[in-house]
Design a protein around this ligand. Sequence first.
Ligand SMILES: NC(=O)C1=CN([C@@H]2O[C@H](COP(=O)(O)OP(=O)(O)OC[C@H]3O[C@@H](n4cnc5c(N)ncnc54)[C@H](OP(=O)(O)O)[C@@H]3O)[C@@H](O)[C@H]2O)C=CC1
Ligand SMILES: CC(C)(CO)C(=O)C(=O)O
Length: 309
Amino acid sequence: MRIAVVGAGGVGGYFGARLAAAGHEVTFVARGRHLEAVRRSGLLVRSPLGDVRTSPDSAVDSIARLGPADLVVVAVKLWDTEDVAAQLASAKTGGAPVLSLQNGVHKDAILRRSLPEESVLGGTCFISAFIEEPGVVRHNGALQRMVFGARHPSQKDVVERFLTACQEAGTDAAISTDIDRVIWEKFVFLVGLSATTATVRRPIGVVRSHERSRVLLREIMEETVALARASGVALDDTFAERQLAFCDTLPADMTSSMHNDLEHGNRLELPWLSGGVADLADRLGVPAPRNRTVADILAPYALGAPAGG
Ligand SMILES: NC(=O)C1=CN([C@@H]2O[C@H](COP(=O)(O)OP(=O)(O)OC[C@H]3O[C@@H](n4cnc5c(N)ncnc54)[C@H](OP(=O)(O)O)[C@@H]3O)[C@@H](O)[C@H]2O)C=CC1
Ligand SMILES: CC(C)(CO)C(=O)C(=O)O
């Protein structure tokens, strides 16, 4: 397949490099020092599942330089989505379908503001990976799962072809016939994990083993389940409790990408995680005081480490 990957970071770099190693024609859109390093030596993925390196000519510096593609994968941080969507609207990708592997429940609506509704597939991913240095993506652990699905009958063919490509690449991939439910299910877990690990400033092992932070984790997920329901995705009454049980099975040192970004003084995806829950809850008249408090506590860090002390 001809696959354009917009954003060659933890997610796009990892999955794109695996697809390229399996013989697919992958073009990355990258920028800055990362792009320069990829152009010098290719994109290196260091992974416990085996390292891979792409060819140095696999990257371009803008969406405008992409040629015809069978699929465009979007893997930029959420604050860049609107800009990417606007550029994709005038790209020469031949109207290729677009699959966002970004976190959260807002991304596809943002893409649909600039792109035709039927071109936006649904998807999500489960992985821990980040840019370790320019040109290098580090994959932690063995988890590297993608779930995606069609929202429109015309998308079924590309979804099937992409599943085959992912299987050839050795990634753990699956098609869902109810992809919006899967996206909300991951969102409930991620909002709970990111809110608690970032405010407690410790991985899940600490959060889940203290009585009050455990209650906080459950209640944040319960608020998000209520929001899913108000948004038309009928997660059942036991979902938050089951996610809490799932959190008990995770390695004690597992944390969220938002906690990791907080520790490194990076910008946070907070406005689309607890902040996004609180804002949407306000609009739909659903109580979400826990998420609002988390969003308020972390607000000074949302654009990166605050200056002045
Ligand atoms: N990392 C992870 O383990 C996981 C991340 N996710 C989600 O996946 C999404 C992507 O995250 P992640 O991979 O960590 O992000 P990264 O920051 O690692 O990678 C994104 C890359 O895209 C680049 N970029 C942004 N806009 C453009 C553009 N217009 N043209 C070219 N390059 C661009 C960024 O450059 P620059 O640095 O200059 O901004 C950066 O190099 C997020 O929504 C995240 O929540 C989901 C599951 C796990
Ligand atoms: C929970 C996890 C690590 C799973 O992919 C994630 O998506 C994140 O922290 O951003």
